[in-house]
Design a protein around this ligand. Structure first.
Ligand code: LLP
Length: 394
């Protein structure tokens, strides 16, 4: 995807993020195609995945809502042009100032994670004389096939209200002065590629809706969270996730009640593939057991490999360009070499890939660390007094 743009990319100082505007547009359009036949489906982009202002503006302009988990994200959403009523506010630890900001802004929904939080929202809303619209995040106790650090819907996780407490919490909420109970919210994990996991969530929601009915309760909104995964191995083969399979799983398995609205909070699936972390090779170090490609990006720019053992495809753009020019003659870098690709940070976990096969790599080569548009820039840090990465929208 990027090889043909190497001349432009060569001009960028590294490390930096490069976002492909047209792939983002195509991804947003693919989602729109799947939901346009369902007036009651609403997609809220999970801002935590990528909060770059230009990216947010593009997503807001395409008519999506926003899923926020902090006051900072609510501000970023408003600045990007998301309508306040399309903004949902989630998170286990909402601070008082964030609740106040959300109420004064007129957001569409609080996704409430505990009775203790609900009491504080009611108190603040009463003081401000504003009604708070809430959904309850229910922990569905459904396991998902993904990394332990990004599975969220098990009873042992800190998220949500136990499903056994759901009816009681709703009854308590109904007796509070400034609370309107509008829905149920769920999220079982991230980077999920097996539709069976979402089917299991649908089945659990169907059971919980029966429990609600038995208690004489009804909610207008069901929110199934996010979690759809992407292809980190072959981003060029699958630049756009299989939204058809994803949305049709809910259409087929979720039994919505008359008039119920269904909300989705996709993050990674929207922005991961449009982003690349561009980095230059500083040194190729020939050690006793290994050959290290030492690049100028590190876990400070992309922490996913260090934090989750995540794998991102790495393309050597300079080698690809050389091979095209040389067309198979002696200058082409035909030989593959096994490298550890590492960053400059003073941590042993600062490794992008181990035993990774790449064309022969040289100092100055430009590498593309792919599928980095989600949870890349947003998780960057200034550790080692480094600067936050630049971004380019192309
Ligand atoms: N809704 C809720 C309540 C969430 O907690 C999340 C993500 C999402 C929606 C969006 O999930 P997505 O569609 O992006 O899977 N930093 C990790 C991922 C953490 C996800 C946290 N919650 C990573 O780099 O893999």
């Amino acid at each position: 995807m990027f090889a043909d743009r190497i001349n432009q990319l060569q001009t960028f100082a590294t490390p930096c993020y490069v976002y492909d505007r047209s792939l983002l547009a195509a991804t947003l359009e693919a989602i729109r195609q799947e939901v346009c036949g369902h007036d009651n489906y609403h997609v809220h982009y999970a801002i935590k995945a990528n909060a770059n202002p230009a990216v947010l503006r593009q997503i807001a302009a395409a008519g999506f809502g926003a899923d926020c988990v902090s006051g900072g994200e609510i501000r970023a959403a408003l600045e990007a042009g998301f309508p306040p009523e399309s903004i949902f506010f989630a998170g286990v630890g909402k601070a008082d100032w964030e609740i106040r900001l959300a109420l004064e802004t007129g957001i569409g929904m609080f996704n409430v994670e505990s009775l203790e939080e609900l009491e504080v929202i009611n108190e603040i809303a009463t003081l401000l004389n504003i009604r708070a619209k809430v959904s309850f995040r229910i922990n569905p106790d459904v396991s998902a096939h993904t990394h332990a650090h990004i599975t969220t819907g098990r009873a042992e996780n800190k998220f949500g209200i136990a499903k056994e407490h759901m009816v009681d919490v709703i009854h308590q909420a109904q007796s509070m002065a400034s609370i309107d109970v509008l829905g149920l919210h769920f999220h079982i994990g991230s980077q999920l590629l097996e539709m069976d996991d979402f089917e299991a969530l649908c089945n659990r929601i169907n059971e919980l809706q029966l429990t609600l009915g038995e208690a004489g309760l009804h909610v207008d909104n069901i929110n199934v969270g996010g979690g759809l995964g992407i292809d980190y191995d072959e981003p060029d083969a699958h630049p756009i996730p299989d939204f058809q399979a994803y949305f049709s799983t809910f259409t087929k398995h979720l039994q919505l009640r008359e008039g119920q609205r269904l909300h989705f909070e996709l993050g990674r699936a929207v922005t991961a593939q449009m982003g690349t972390l561009l980095t230059r090779v500083l040194y190729v170090k020939h050690a006793t057991e290994k050959q290290f490609v030492i690049v100028d990006a590190g876990m400070t720019e992309l922490i996913r490999p260090a934090l989750y053992g995540a794998h991102h495809r790495i393309d050597n753009l300079s080698a690809q360009a050389d091979s095209e020019v040389a067309e198979g003659n002696a200058d082409a870098r035909n030989e593959s070499v096994c490298y550890d690709v590492v960053g400059p940070i003073c941590e042993s976990s600062d490794v992008f890939a181990k035993d990774y096969s790449m064309p022969e790599t040289r100092r100055g080569d430009l590498l593309a660390i792919r599928s980095a548009g989600a949870y890349g820039e947003t998780m960057a840090s200034t550790y080692n007094c480094r600067s936050l990465p630049d971004t380019h929208i192309i």
